[in-house]
Design a protein around this ligand. Structure first.
Ligand SMILES: *Cc1c(COP(=O)(O)O)cnc(C)c1O
Length: 358
Protein backbone atom coordinates (compact mmCIF):
# COMPACT_ATOMS: atom_id res chain seq x y z
CA UNK A 1 0.00 0.00 0.00
CA UNK A 2 1.23 3.42 -0.91
CA UNK A 3 0.81 6.07 1.73
CA UNK A 4 2.15 9.59 1.72
CA UNK A 5 5.02 8.61 4.01
CA UNK A 6 6.45 5.72 1.94
CA UNK A 7 6.42 7.44 -1.45
CA UNK A 8 9.91 7.32 -3.02
CA UNK A 9 9.30 10.92 -4.15
CA UNK A 10 9.91 12.00 -0.55
CA UNK A 11 13.49 10.80 -0.58
CA UNK A 12 14.54 12.07 -3.98
CA UNK A 13 17.45 14.54 -4.12
CA UNK A 14 16.03 18.03 -4.73
CA UNK A 15 18.15 18.56 -7.85
CA UNK A 16 16.75 15.35 -9.38
CA UNK A 17 13.15 16.35 -8.61
CA UNK A 18 13.31 19.08 -11.26
CA UNK A 19 15.03 16.96 -13.91
CA UNK A 20 13.12 15.87 -16.98
CA UNK A 21 14.41 12.58 -18.45
CA UNK A 22 16.13 12.95 -21.82
CA UNK A 23 13.80 11.09 -24.13
CA UNK A 24 15.12 10.75 -27.64
CA UNK A 25 12.77 9.66 -30.40
CA UNK A 26 13.29 6.03 -31.45
CA UNK A 27 11.53 5.51 -34.76
CA UNK A 28 13.71 3.04 -36.70
CA UNK A 29 11.30 2.97 -39.65
CA UNK A 30 11.97 6.67 -40.36
CA UNK A 31 14.73 8.30 -42.33
CA UNK A 32 16.84 9.54 -39.45
CA UNK A 33 18.22 13.02 -39.94
CA UNK A 34 17.79 13.98 -36.28
CA UNK A 35 20.87 12.69 -34.45
CA UNK A 36 23.95 13.73 -36.50
CA UNK A 37 24.92 10.10 -37.10
CA UNK A 38 26.98 8.73 -39.99
CA UNK A 39 24.34 7.31 -42.39
CA UNK A 40 26.73 4.96 -44.20
CA UNK A 41 27.32 1.33 -43.29
CA UNK A 42 30.74 0.53 -41.77
CA UNK A 43 33.63 0.36 -44.26
CA UNK A 44 33.66 -2.85 -46.34
CA UNK A 45 35.27 -5.73 -44.44
CA UNK A 46 34.97 -4.26 -40.94
CA UNK A 47 31.98 -6.35 -39.87
CA UNK A 48 33.58 -9.48 -41.34
CA UNK A 49 36.74 -8.75 -39.40
CA UNK A 50 34.79 -8.29 -36.18
CA UNK A 51 32.68 -11.43 -36.01
CA UNK A 52 35.38 -14.13 -35.97
CA UNK A 53 37.06 -12.27 -33.06
CA UNK A 54 37.21 -14.47 -29.97
CA UNK A 55 35.88 -12.06 -27.40
CA UNK A 56 35.61 -13.54 -23.90
CA UNK A 57 32.23 -12.15 -22.93
CA UNK A 58 32.26 -14.15 -19.68
CA UNK A 59 35.22 -12.03 -18.56
CA UNK A 60 35.29 -8.40 -17.50
CA UNK A 61 36.63 -6.02 -20.12
CA UNK A 62 40.10 -4.49 -19.88
CA UNK A 63 39.22 -1.73 -17.43
CA UNK A 64 42.16 0.33 -18.63
CA UNK A 65 41.20 -0.14 -22.31
CA UNK A 66 44.92 -0.41 -23.09
CA UNK A 67 44.72 -1.59 -26.69
CA UNK A 68 42.03 0.93 -27.58
CA UNK A 69 44.06 3.73 -25.99
CA UNK A 70 47.11 2.67 -28.01
CA UNK A 71 45.06 2.81 -31.20
CA UNK A 72 43.60 6.22 -30.26
CA UNK A 73 47.10 7.49 -29.42
CA UNK A 74 48.27 6.56 -32.91
CA UNK A 75 45.21 8.15 -34.52
CA UNK A 76 45.48 11.41 -32.53
CA UNK A 77 49.31 11.47 -32.44
CA UNK A 78 49.28 11.54 -28.63
CA UNK A 79 50.32 9.16 -25.81
CA UNK A 80 48.09 6.54 -24.11
CA UNK A 81 48.73 8.25 -20.71
CA UNK A 82 46.93 11.31 -22.03
CA UNK A 83 43.75 9.40 -22.93
CA UNK A 84 40.67 8.36 -20.96
CA UNK A 85 38.00 6.25 -22.65
CA UNK A 86 34.32 6.54 -21.72
CA UNK A 87 30.92 5.05 -22.36
CA UNK A 88 30.18 7.77 -24.89
CA UNK A 89 31.30 11.31 -24.31
CA UNK A 90 28.11 11.80 -22.30
CA UNK A 91 29.78 9.82 -19.51
CA UNK A 92 32.98 11.80 -19.92
CA UNK A 93 31.22 15.16 -19.49
CA UNK A 94 29.82 13.83 -16.24
CA UNK A 95 33.24 12.56 -15.10
CA UNK A 96 34.81 15.97 -15.78
CA UNK A 97 32.21 17.71 -13.63
CA UNK A 98 32.45 15.05 -10.92
CA UNK A 99 36.19 15.74 -10.83
CA UNK A 100 36.32 19.52 -11.14
CA UNK A 101 32.78 20.77 -10.48
CA UNK A 102 30.37 19.95 -7.66
CA UNK A 103 28.55 21.89 -4.99
CA UNK A 104 29.57 25.55 -4.84
CA UNK A 105 31.46 25.31 -8.15
CA UNK A 106 30.33 26.41 -11.56
CA UNK A 107 30.69 25.47 -15.20
CA UNK A 108 30.55 28.13 -17.92
CA UNK A 109 28.75 27.21 -21.14
CA UNK A 110 27.73 29.18 -24.24
CA UNK A 111 24.08 28.60 -25.20
CA UNK A 112 22.81 27.59 -27.66
CA UNK A 113 24.92 24.47 -27.26
CA UNK A 114 24.81 20.73 -26.50
CA UNK A 115 22.16 20.00 -23.88
CA UNK A 116 24.11 17.28 -22.06
CA UNK A 117 26.36 19.85 -20.35
CA UNK A 118 23.44 21.19 -18.34
CA UNK A 119 22.19 17.73 -17.47
CA UNK A 120 25.63 16.62 -16.23
CA UNK A 121 25.94 19.84 -14.22
CA UNK A 122 22.62 19.18 -12.52
CA UNK A 123 23.58 15.61 -11.64
CA UNK A 124 26.86 16.73 -10.10
CA UNK A 125 25.43 19.75 -8.22
CA UNK A 126 27.52 22.08 -10.38
CA UNK A 127 26.06 25.55 -11.04
CA UNK A 128 25.64 26.45 -14.71
CA UNK A 129 26.68 29.93 -15.80
CA UNK A 130 25.51 30.82 -19.27
CA UNK A 131 27.36 33.22 -21.55
CA UNK A 132 25.20 33.28 -24.69
CA UNK A 133 26.85 33.28 -28.11
CA UNK A 134 26.78 36.69 -29.80
CA UNK A 135 23.92 36.75 -32.33
CA UNK A 136 23.46 33.13 -31.26
CA UNK A 137 26.55 32.16 -33.26
CA UNK A 138 29.81 33.69 -32.07
CA UNK A 139 31.85 33.13 -28.95
CA UNK A 140 31.66 36.06 -26.51
CA UNK A 141 35.27 35.65 -25.42
CA UNK A 142 35.40 38.84 -23.34
CA UNK A 143 32.30 37.94 -21.36
CA UNK A 144 33.45 34.35 -20.86
CA UNK A 145 36.76 35.60 -19.48
CA UNK A 146 34.98 38.05 -17.19
CA UNK A 147 32.72 35.27 -15.93
CA UNK A 148 35.75 33.04 -15.36
CA UNK A 149 37.17 35.56 -12.87
CA UNK A 150 34.83 34.14 -10.24
CA UNK A 151 36.75 31.73 -7.99
CA UNK A 152 33.75 29.38 -8.14
CA UNK A 153 34.15 28.99 -11.91
CA UNK A 154 36.17 25.82 -12.35
CA UNK A 155 35.24 24.55 -15.79
CA UNK A 156 34.40 26.09 -19.15
CA UNK A 157 33.00 24.04 -22.02
CA UNK A 158 33.44 25.13 -25.63
CA UNK A 159 31.72 23.02 -28.25
CA UNK A 160 33.66 23.28 -31.51
CA UNK A 161 32.09 23.01 -34.05
CA UNK A 162 29.08 23.93 -31.99
CA UNK A 163 26.03 21.69 -31.82
CA UNK A 164 23.36 22.80 -32.86
CA UNK A 165 24.58 25.87 -34.77
CA UNK A 166 27.36 24.19 -36.76
CA UNK A 167 29.64 27.19 -36.21
CA UNK A 168 33.38 26.77 -35.88
CA UNK A 169 35.02 29.21 -33.50
CA UNK A 170 38.38 30.84 -34.29
CA UNK A 171 41.15 28.77 -32.69
CA UNK A 172 42.85 31.91 -31.37
CA UNK A 173 39.70 32.80 -29.40
CA UNK A 174 39.56 29.37 -27.80
CA UNK A 175 43.27 29.47 -27.01
CA UNK A 176 42.74 32.87 -25.39
CA UNK A 177 40.13 31.29 -23.13
CA UNK A 178 42.58 28.53 -22.26
CA UNK A 179 45.45 30.95 -21.57
CA UNK A 180 43.63 33.79 -19.85
CA UNK A 181 40.90 32.02 -17.88
CA UNK A 182 43.30 29.55 -16.31
CA UNK A 183 40.29 27.29 -15.65
CA UNK A 184 39.70 23.76 -16.96
CA UNK A 185 38.72 24.44 -20.56
CA UNK A 186 36.98 21.50 -22.21
CA UNK A 187 36.80 21.67 -25.98
CA UNK A 188 34.17 19.26 -27.26
CA UNK A 189 35.39 18.19 -30.70
CA UNK A 190 32.68 15.61 -31.41
CA UNK A 191 32.55 16.82 -35.04
CA UNK A 192 36.27 17.47 -35.58
CA UNK A 193 36.52 14.83 -38.32
CA UNK A 194 34.12 16.98 -40.37
CA UNK A 195 35.56 20.40 -39.52
CA UNK A 196 39.11 19.07 -39.86
CA UNK A 197 40.14 21.46 -37.11
CA UNK A 198 41.53 20.35 -33.75
CA UNK A 199 43.40 21.71 -30.75
CA UNK A 200 44.97 18.34 -29.92
CA UNK A 201 48.53 19.56 -30.72
CA UNK A 202 48.07 22.32 -28.12
CA UNK A 203 47.52 19.91 -25.21
CA UNK A 204 51.23 19.74 -24.46
CA UNK A 205 51.28 23.53 -23.97
CA UNK A 206 48.33 23.81 -21.57
CA UNK A 207 47.70 21.62 -18.52
CA UNK A 208 44.15 23.06 -18.24
CA UNK A 209 43.08 22.05 -21.77
CA UNK A 210 40.91 18.94 -22.12
CA UNK A 211 39.58 17.70 -25.45
CA UNK A 212 36.52 15.53 -25.87
CA UNK A 213 36.13 13.25 -28.91
CA UNK A 214 33.72 10.48 -29.85
CA UNK A 215 33.29 7.44 -32.10
CA UNK A 216 29.56 8.21 -32.33
CA UNK A 217 29.57 10.60 -35.26
CA UNK A 218 32.21 10.23 -38.00
CA UNK A 219 32.99 6.60 -37.10
CA UNK A 220 29.37 5.48 -37.22
CA UNK A 221 29.42 3.87 -33.76
CA UNK A 222 26.69 5.83 -31.96
CA UNK A 223 25.07 2.56 -30.85
CA UNK A 224 28.26 1.28 -29.22
CA UNK A 225 28.90 4.25 -26.89
CA UNK A 226 32.60 5.05 -27.08
CA UNK A 227 34.11 8.47 -26.48
CA UNK A 228 37.47 9.67 -25.21
CA UNK A 229 39.16 12.53 -23.44
CA UNK A 230 42.59 13.90 -24.27
CA UNK A 231 44.64 15.93 -21.83
CA UNK A 232 47.95 16.03 -20.04
CA UNK A 233 48.61 12.79 -18.09
CA UNK A 234 48.17 14.54 -14.71
CA UNK A 235 44.71 15.83 -15.70
CA UNK A 236 43.70 12.45 -17.08
CA UNK A 237 44.78 10.63 -13.91
CA UNK A 238 42.65 12.97 -11.79
CA UNK A 239 39.56 12.25 -13.88
CA UNK A 240 40.46 8.56 -13.85
CA UNK A 241 39.85 8.51 -10.08
CA UNK A 242 36.08 8.91 -10.52
CA UNK A 243 35.70 6.56 -13.51
CA UNK A 244 33.84 3.31 -12.99
CA UNK A 245 36.35 0.45 -13.29
CA UNK A 246 34.70 -1.25 -16.30
CA UNK A 247 32.98 1.66 -17.98
CA UNK A 248 33.50 0.55 -21.60
CA UNK A 249 32.47 -2.97 -22.58
CA UNK A 250 34.82 -5.31 -24.41
CA UNK A 251 32.76 -5.48 -27.62
CA UNK A 252 32.80 -1.70 -28.03
CA UNK A 253 36.52 -1.51 -27.21
CA UNK A 254 37.24 -4.06 -29.95
CA UNK A 255 35.16 -2.23 -32.55
CA UNK A 256 36.92 1.04 -31.70
CA UNK A 257 40.28 -0.64 -32.31
CA UNK A 258 39.07 -2.15 -35.61
CA UNK A 259 37.58 1.15 -36.80
CA UNK A 260 40.90 2.91 -36.39
CA UNK A 261 42.32 0.44 -38.91
CA UNK A 262 39.94 1.88 -41.53
CA UNK A 263 40.86 5.54 -41.26
CA UNK A 264 41.30 5.94 -45.03
CA UNK A 265 37.86 4.41 -45.76
CA UNK A 266 36.26 6.63 -43.12
CA UNK A 267 38.00 9.62 -44.61
CA UNK A 268 36.24 8.91 -47.92
CA UNK A 269 32.88 8.59 -46.15
CA UNK A 270 33.52 11.87 -44.36
CA UNK A 271 34.25 13.65 -47.66
CA UNK A 272 30.97 12.28 -49.06
CA UNK A 273 29.05 13.36 -45.96
CA UNK A 274 30.53 16.85 -46.26
CA UNK A 275 29.52 17.05 -49.92
CA UNK A 276 25.99 15.88 -49.01
CA UNK A 277 25.80 18.47 -46.21
CA UNK A 278 26.77 21.14 -48.74
CA UNK A 279 24.01 19.96 -51.13
CA UNK A 280 21.47 20.13 -48.31
CA UNK A 281 22.72 23.59 -47.40
CA UNK A 282 22.35 24.87 -50.95
CA UNK A 283 18.94 23.23 -51.33
CA UNK A 284 17.70 24.81 -48.13
CA UNK A 285 18.97 28.29 -49.03
CA UNK A 286 16.74 28.14 -52.12
CA UNK A 287 13.57 27.72 -50.06
CA UNK A 288 11.82 31.08 -49.58
CA UNK A 289 11.71 32.53 -46.05
CA UNK A 290 14.09 30.02 -44.54
CA UNK A 291 17.20 31.18 -42.68
CA UNK A 292 20.03 28.65 -43.03
CA UNK A 293 23.11 28.85 -40.83
CA UNK A 294 26.53 28.00 -42.28
CA UNK A 295 28.03 24.78 -40.89
CA UNK A 296 31.40 23.07 -40.48
CA UNK A 297 29.84 19.85 -39.22
CA UNK A 298 27.62 17.11 -40.72
CA UNK A 299 24.42 18.88 -39.70
CA UNK A 300 22.59 22.10 -40.53
CA UNK A 301 20.54 24.43 -38.38
CA UNK A 302 17.76 26.30 -40.16
CA UNK A 303 14.76 28.42 -39.32
CA UNK A 304 11.56 27.97 -41.31
CA UNK A 305 8.48 30.11 -40.72
CA UNK A 306 6.62 27.30 -38.98
CA UNK A 307 9.12 24.89 -37.36
CA UNK A 308 6.55 22.83 -35.46
CA UNK A 309 4.30 22.43 -38.50
CA UNK A 310 7.26 21.46 -40.68
CA UNK A 311 8.48 18.87 -38.17
CA UNK A 312 5.08 17.23 -38.24
CA UNK A 313 4.75 17.38 -42.03
CA UNK A 314 8.25 15.96 -42.47
CA UNK A 315 7.46 13.12 -40.07
CA UNK A 316 4.31 12.29 -42.07
CA UNK A 317 6.60 11.94 -45.10
CA UNK A 318 8.95 9.68 -43.12
CA UNK A 319 11.71 12.14 -42.23
CA UNK A 320 12.78 12.51 -38.63
CA UNK A 321 14.38 15.91 -37.93
CA UNK A 322 15.39 17.56 -34.68
CA UNK A 323 13.10 20.33 -33.50
CA UNK A 324 15.43 22.48 -31.37
CA UNK A 325 12.65 24.56 -29.85
CA UNK A 326 13.27 28.21 -29.10
CA UNK A 327 17.04 28.89 -29.14
CA UNK A 328 18.60 31.93 -27.48
CA UNK A 329 19.00 34.80 -30.00
CA UNK A 330 18.03 32.54 -32.93
CA UNK A 331 14.43 31.60 -32.24
CA UNK A 332 12.65 28.41 -33.23
CA UNK A 333 14.91 26.25 -35.37
CA UNK A 334 15.19 22.77 -36.83
CA UNK A 335 18.37 20.73 -37.22
CA UNK A 336 19.06 18.02 -39.77
CA UNK A 337 22.11 15.89 -40.40
CA UNK A 338 23.19 14.54 -43.78
CA UNK A 339 21.64 11.20 -44.69
CA UNK A 340 22.41 8.96 -47.66
CA UNK A 341 22.39 10.80 -51.03
CA UNK A 342 18.93 9.52 -52.02
CA UNK A 343 17.55 10.35 -48.57
CA UNK A 344 18.82 13.91 -48.84
CA UNK A 345 17.26 14.33 -52.28
CA UNK A 346 13.98 13.04 -50.88
CA UNK A 347 14.25 15.42 -47.96
CA UNK A 348 14.77 18.45 -50.23
CA UNK A 349 11.79 17.36 -52.38
CA UNK A 350 9.66 17.10 -49.24
CA UNK A 351 10.82 20.50 -48.00
CA UNK A 352 9.97 22.12 -51.35
CA UNK A 353 6.47 20.62 -51.24
CA UNK A 354 5.91 21.69 -47.66
CA UNK A 355 7.20 25.19 -48.36
CA UNK A 356 4.82 25.42 -51.33
CA UNK A 357 1.97 24.69 -48.94
CA UNK A 358 1.45 20.95 -49.37
C1 LIG B 1 26.88 13.74 -30.34
C2 LIG B 1 27.70 14.58 -29.47
C3 LIG B 1 28.59 14.02 -28.57
C4 LIG B 1 28.78 12.54 -28.52
O1 LIG B 1 28.15 11.94 -27.51
P1 LIG B 1 28.39 10.38 -27.27
O2 LIG B 1 27.95 10.24 -25.87
O3 LIG B 1 29.87 10.12 -27.44
O4 LIG B 1 27.57 9.65 -28.26
C5 LIG B 1 29.35 14.84 -27.77
N1 LIG B 1 29.26 16.17 -27.88
C6 LIG B 1 28.45 16.74 -28.76
C7 LIG B 1 28.42 18.22 -28.88
C8 LIG B 1 27.64 15.97 -29.58
O5 LIG B 1 26.82 16.55 -30.45
Amino acid sequence: METLSNKPERFVRPEIRQLVPYESKHLPECIKLDANENPFPWPAGMREELFPEKLAFNRYPDGMAQDLKKAIATYTKTQPEGILVGNGSDELIQLILMTFGGLGKSVIIHPPTFSMYQIAARLTDTTVVQVPLLQGLELDTEEMLKTALSPDAHVMIVCNPNNPTGSLFPREEILRLVRESGKIVVVDEAYAEFSEETLIPQIENYPNLVILRTFSKAFGMAGLRVGYLLGQPETISLINRVRQPFNVNSFSQKVGILALGYVQEYHEQIQQIKAETQKLYEGLTQIPNVVVYPTKANFILFKPGDPDGWTEKLLKRGFLVRNMGDLPALGKCLRISAGLPEENEGFLRAIREISAGA
